[in-house]
Design a protein around this ligand. Sequence first.
Ligand code: ADP
Ligand code: ZN
Length: 519
Amino acid sequence: MMQEAYNILEKVFGYTQFRSPQDEVVNSLVAGQDVFVLMPTGGGKSLCYQIPALIRPGVGVVISPLIALMQDQVSALCEVGVRAACMNSSMPPGHNAEVENLVRKGELDLVYIAPERLMLPSTLEWLSSVSVSLFAIDEAHCVAQWGHDFRSEYLQLSILQERFPAVPRIALTATADAKTQEEIVARLGLQQAAVYISGFDRPNIQYRITQKVKARQQLLSFIQQEHLTDAGVVYCMSRNKVDSTAKWLSEQGIKALPYHAGLSKEERQQNQERFLREESVVIVATIAFGMGIDKPDVRFVAHLDLPKSIEAYYQETGRAGRDGLPSTAWMAYGLEDVIKLKQMMAGSEANEQFKRIEQRKLDSMLGLAEITSCRRQTLMNYFGEALKEPCGNCDNCLTPVKTWNGTDAARKALSCVYRTGQRFGVVHLINVLRGKMTDKVSQFNHHQVTTFGIGEDLSDTQWRSVYRQLVARGYLSVNFDHGQLFLNDKCRAVLRGEEEVEFRLDPVVKKQSSRSSRE
Ligand code: ADP
Ligand code: ZN
C-alpha cells in the first residue's frame, strides 16, 4: 500500500519524498481512519488527501470555503493528469450536473465542493448513490467559534459522519490553537481521529520580548546593532503611529516607509514594491500589511505594540526568515500596552461570548510576554505541538530571567488600589505609594491613606513593573473608561497573605545617549 503511495508521489506529483507527517497521514487515511491534520500554510496539506483519494476506490470529496482557490487546485491537478472538477455557485448552468454524471460513471478522482452546495439535499442524495473514497474538510477551523473565521455552513458538516459512517474523513487547518482544535474535534465528531500536528516551529526565528523604556530608541538601536542593512517589518497598532514612526526612523537614517489602509493605493503599492525590490527597506505598517506578500529574506519583524493574540503574533513574526536563514522577532512591550488592550476589549460593542474569547486570547499573549521560561516552548505548546527541550534561541533561553519574591510588593500595590477607591491609574497609584505630594494627591487627600509612602523601597520603574505583571497575570482589572485599575477575585488570596507572588525581574534597560540618535 505504501509502495503505491510512493509511486503516485513520484509519477503523478513529481516528488521524491514525503514530508513528515504526510506519509503517516496517507497511511491512516488509506486504512480508513479519520484524521485531523494541523500544518502551517505551505506545509503540504493537499497531498495528505489527494494521494489517498487516488488509492482508495470512489471519488474523493473536498470541502473548501474558498471558491477562488478551488479552481486553481483543480487546474493544477488536471495538469498532472488527475481527474478533478469542482462544484460551486459560480459555475455555468449544466456544469454541476455534468460533474455528477462523470462521478456516476466513475470518471473522477476528486471533486471540490463549496459547503453550501454540499449541504443541498440533492447533493447529499447524489453522493449517497455513488462510491465516495473520503471526505476532506479543508480550512476546518471555520467550524470553530473560538477561531477567527467562523462560517455557519461549516457547522452542518457534522452530518457527514451520520450520513456516511463508512467513509473516512480528514480535517485540515493551518490555524488552530489547542482550544480551536478541541472545538473542531467536538463539532465534526473526530474523537476517534488520528491527530497530526507538525511544522509550526520556525527554528531560524529568534524570539525576543523586551520591556519598553523608550520604545523608538530601543527599536533604533536594535536595527542599528543587528539589522542595519536588512529588510524588515515594524508593526504598530495605529495609522498615526505608523506615520510618525516611519518619519522618525527616516530622520535617523533608516530607509523606512509607511504602509496602512489610510494611504492612497498608489503610495501603498509604491512602498510595497520598493520593499520587495530594493535592499534594506524597513516597512512600518499596521496589520494591513503582509497578506500575500512573499518576500523570503525579511530579516526581522518588530512589534512596537502588543498583538491581540498569540495567533496574530505567530503569523506576523512568521513573515521573517521564510528563506530559513537566521532572523529576529523583536518586540517592545509595556504597561500601557496591557492597559490599552484590556481597556479596548472591555469597551467593545461585541457580544459577551466574543469578548470573553478575545479576553482569553489576550491573556495567553500576555502570558507569552511575561513568561520566564523558553518562549518557543510556550508558543508551540499553544498550538499543541510539543517541544521537548528549551530552544536555545529565544531571549529567555539566551539570558535566563531572574525572578524575585514580590508577595509583599504585590500586597502593597493592591492595597493602594483599594485604599484610593479603585478609580485611579498607575501614575497616581505609584505617586501615593512613593509618598509624593502631587496636586492630585492633596486634592483627594491621599496623603491621609495608610498606603501613602509605604513603597519608598522601590523605584517608579520597579512599581510599574509590579503593576504591569499584576494586570498581565489577571490580579488587577482595567476599567474601560480611563484605564483605572480595580480589584477582582483573583487578588484576594494575595491580599490575605495566602498566595505568594513571584515576579519577573525586568532587566535594567539602559537609556540611549542622545548622541547615537543624532548620527
Ligand atoms: P498547504 O495546503 O499546507 O498550504 P500545499 O499542499 O499547497 O500546502 O503545499 C505547499 C507546497 O509544497 C506546494 O507547492 C506543494 O507542491 C509542495 N509540496 C507538498 N508536499 C511536498 C513533498 N512531499 N515534496 C516536495 N514538495 C511538496
Ligand atoms: Zn527558548
